[in-house]
Design a protein around this ligand. Sequence first.
Ligand code: C5P
Length: 229
Amino acid sequence: MKLSVALDLPSADENIALATSLAEYDIWMKVGFRSYIRDGKPFIQALKEINPNFKIFLDLKLYDIPNTMADAAEEIAKLGIDMFNIHASAGVVAMRAVMQRLEQYPNRPLVLAVTALTSFDEENFQAIYEKSIDQKAQQFAKMSYASGLDGVVCSAFESRMIKNATSPNFLTLCPGIRPFGEDAGDQKRVATLDLAKQEGVDFPVIGRPIYKDSNPKERVEKILEKIGE
Ligand code: C5P
């Protein structure tokens, strides 16, 4: 398992301070909408300066027509980041277009597809997709696997099922992790690190339980200890 820390603080300075406090760990840093829209490419460069071994996951969840997604994917590859994501519901044509466009980049970033957002509960999910989260997550995962993607974003509860339906090497990245059972916030399907381990999660994404802690470094240390157990 590889820890991915969500840099979701309100300002670049606060995110940089958080990353600096974690500089000794070669972990993944998740840059989302908020910080990328506000702070852009210089922010990514600043993170790499703090620790060149930080891996960057650009969480922009692309969803558009195939050509526009492929164009965006190419620009993302040029940023030199390590992983980004798109929505599986954009469909196989769009997912294949993205993967095809990235073929020219030998060190291309990993590409994951979002299945069901972890903030959905069954009722609200079914109101849109008319199927259970389990069914749809599995279907989206199979589509993503067949389109040549590297893995999916899902909840820890679907990780094992998705690997069984695709391949053990098909990556699962799971937000909604509350390492030691902390407050769920707006997340509906939250899992502890123990459960994430059991379910074969490759990347637990953790935001608030780290950056809202009075000592984020100590918290990360504890999380890494747990992951290493
Ligand atoms: O603070 P918390 O640990 O809930 O942060 C989870 C992070 O993962 C947030 O940055 C959120 O945008 C992101 N995310 C998510 N659900 C997804 C994909 C990404 O919560 N399906």
